[in-house]
Design a protein around this ligand. Structure first.
Ligand code: HEC
Length: 131
């Protein structure tokens, strides 16, 4: 094999690994923070000392059973959903809340842009251990 084609192969392999890394990589938490402030922050609090407001606080959301924080009165639909919040359930819910939890009180038009979802989840992740 010629040197140049070897180099091309190496570049292709690198690009492939970057592309597949992206499929797994979390988004950009900074972008997610801004997006959260704009789209979720009117109802939800997150970060240090976050408390239930119009909606439940979202610290430590990964692995949380839906409808289980104290200090917030959930819809019976949310409490009965039996969902554990993980990457896939969060994405589905943020895309279309009423589709995932029919009867939920979260009246939100949904976000379906993959990059925005990645960024948002990165921000949720960044607050996983914040109390
Ligand atoms: C208009 C207000 C509003 C907006 C905007 C909103 N939510 Fe909600 N959200 C709620 C309410 C109210 C609930 C509780 C729903 C219930 O009890 O059925 C909720 C519940 C949730 C839950 C379940 C929490 C738990 O403890 O089980 C998650 C996760 C969530 N929202 C994420 C988000 C994210 C992320 C955004 C922004 C993309 C967002 N929400 C935007 C009002 C909102």
């Amino acid at each position: 094999m010629k040197r140049s084609s070897l180099r091309r192969l190496a570049v292709t392999a690198l690009m492939l690994s970057v592309a597949s890394a992206h499929a797994w990589a979390d988004g950009d938490p900074k972008a997610g923070e801004a997006l959260f402030a704009k789209t979720c922050g009117g109802c939800h609090k997150i970060g240090r000392y976050a408390q239930a407001a119009f909606a439940p606080q979202l610290n430590g959301i990964f692995g949380r059973l839906a409808g289980s924080t104290s200090g917030y009165v959930y819809s019976s639909a949310m409490k009965a959903s039996g969902i554990t919040w993980q990457r896939d359930t969060l994405i589905a819910f943020i895309k279309d809340p009423t589709d995932v939890v029919p009867g939920t009180n979260m009246h939100f038009w949904g976000i379906s842009d993959a990059q925005k979802l990645d960024d948002l989840l990165a921000w949720l992740q960044a607050n996983q251990d914040v109390k």
